[in-house]
Write a protein that binds this ligand. Structure first.
Ligand SMILES: Cc1cc2nc3c(=O)[nH]c(=O)nc-3n(C[C@H](O)[C@H](O)[C@H](O)COP(=O)(O)OP(=O)(O)OC[C@H]3O[C@@H](n4cnc5c(N)ncnc54)[C@H](O)[C@@H]3O)c2cc1C
Length: 449
């Protein structure tokens, strides 16, 4: 008789099947633990998933996901799952940047590391010569600087840029292209610490491993090996359902109750759900938390994806960034996924301006926009489109965020907390989710040993 046949106690119950939850589950399965993973939505992958869109009859991602060479934990997980070849690596971070109908490149084709980046900036035609040296000065300053000290001087990244020789052109044609999508926010709001961390990690540390990576398959395909591993295990399982309540007895959680009334017992409990959901779960479980905590709750930023399918080729690059107009980054989904159609997605970060707009309006605005960036689209017919809005795509990295990530939650002996938002130093990313998932699995194993 196995756990799957009979309701007995699991070693660990994991709440949330996002990247953090599946990483923790994978680590614990590898240590032969009996795990039950509970996910409230119909899919595994959390905020990184694909779905069938009935209006276009296509499988599309909820958002374009990108990694950089420094995302070592995410890359290790993907390699362990045998999927390393499903991530396309664009070496040396070579980004075509389009402005005023012209393309100039950031990152060198042949020269690796910061030398290649510096070389590309020296010939970057969207900036006048003196501004190119200002960007190099800024990068060198980041390379040499102690992040903590820099943050003490300028808490907000915009102030740091202004205090370090940057002007509206260098911000528009260089810093915004990188920082807005990486931190999903405006430079006026971003904590300098996060901006410098991301730039150091992306360009200035992983000297051999400087690349931009993106999946060559639908996002959900990346999680299939984990789903298979769990379903082929004799004593672990995935259950669809919302954990409504944790049952607490003498500072130990004994069971979790799902919204359908099912009660599941385990020795240890891991939550990997977003901070807001965790506060709600504590409330519903009548586990008291400091009333000041909810005031410190992390805020979120939206991302909007505008998908277009044309009748002919409109874009030859795998991806590009646009430095003027509204459009930010465009990905060539057909080329990246090796599909035989002409599908592109425009990815708009910090998308407060777009999140509440009618889909039809967004289609019209961006269809017009891209004729300047992708002139071939003028002569192509739009076959179909889809707009994907993710209002809570990532948590914000403002100067208040660190305190929110470090909040003191009720200490319950066998309850462990994970998720991209926990204290990993990384912003809201898949890398942060994997780091937290691995860390929580180790903590659980130590507790059980
Ligand atoms: C549009 C978009 C674009 C992005 N782009 C990038 C990118 O380019 N690069 C990058 O690295 N990251 C990107 N991210 C961020 C990345 O997806 C997240 O940081 C990461 O997926 C978070 O994983 P997680 O497991 O910590 O949390 P989540 O993915 O939020 O997982 C938590 C899970 O818990 C479930 N849950 C919540 N409450 C309950 C409950 N009570 N019971 C059961 N289940 C529950 C949720 O349904 C969810 O599946 C992007 C995100 C979005 C939305």
């Amino acid at each position: 008789m196995t756990h799957k046949d009979k309701k007995i106690k699991y070693d660990t119950l994991i709440i949330g099947g996002g990247i953090s939850g599946i990483t923790a589950c994978y680590s614990l399965l590898n240590k032969k633990k009996d795990v039950v993973l509970i996910e409230k939505s119909s899919h595994i992958g959390g905020r990184a998933f694909s779905f069938f869109d009935p209006s276009t009859k296509e499988i599309i991602d909820n958002g374009q996901h990108v990694i950089v060479g420094a995302c070592k934990n995410f890359i290790n997980l993907i390699s362990d799952l045998g999927l390393k070849n499903k991530i396309v690596n664009s070496k040396n971070f070579r980004v075509p940047v389009v402005a005023g109908g012209k393309t100039s490149y950031l990152g060198s084709r042949n020269i690796p590391s910061i030398v290649g980046l510096a070389w590309s900036i020296i010939s970057y035609s969207h900036l006048k010569k003196s501004d190119r040296f200002k960007v190099i000065f800024g990068l060198l300053k980041i390379l040499m600087s102690d992040i903590e000290k820099e943050t003490n001087k300028h808490k907000i990244f915009k102030d740091w840029l202004k205090g370090n020789k940057q002007n509206s052109s260098t911000i528009k044609y260089f810093w915004n292209i990188i920082i807005k999508p990486a931190l999903n926010d405006h430079i006026e709001k971003i904590d300098t610490k996060y901006a410098l961390f991301v730039i150091k990690k992306t360009f200035l540390q992983s000297q051999k491993n400087l690349f931009l990576g993106y999946p060559s398959v639908a996002l959900s395909d990346l999680w299939q090996p984990i789903e298979k591993k769990i379903s082929s295990s004799k004593s672990s399982t995935i259950k669809k359902g919302r954990v409504k309540k944790l049952i607490l007895e003498k500072n130990l959680i004994t069971a979790a109750e799902l919204s359908n009334g099912e009660v599941i017992q385990a020795n240890t409990f891991v939550t990997t759900i977003p901070q807001k959901d965790l506060f709600q779960l504590f409330k519903e479980s009548e586990i008291s938390i400091d009333s000041k905590l909810s005031k410190k709750e992390l805020n979120n930023s939206p991302i909007v994806g505008i998908h277009f399918w044309f009748d002919k080729l409109v874009m030859k690059e795998n991806y590009l960034a646009s430095a003027d107009g509204e459009t930010q980054w465009i990905f060539n989904v057909s080329k990246n996924h090796q599909e035989k159609n002409f599908h592109i997605v425009i990815s708009q970060s910090a998308a407060w301006n777009w999140i509440n707009q009618e889909k039809e309006d967004l289609k019209n605005i961006f269809l017009k926009e891209i004729t300047k960036i992708l002139p071939k689209s003028k002569h192509a017919k739009l076959l179909k489109y889809s707009i994907v809005k993710q209002p809570n795509a990532t948590f914000r990295c403002t100067p208040e965020s660190d305190e929110s990530r470090d909040i003191k939650l009720p200490s319950i002996e066998n309850l462990f907390i994970s998720g991209d938002w926990t204290k990993t130093r990384w912003p809201s990313t898949m890398e942060s989710a994997v780091i937290s998932g691995n860390k929580v699995a180790n903590t659980v194993l130590n507790y059980m040993s």
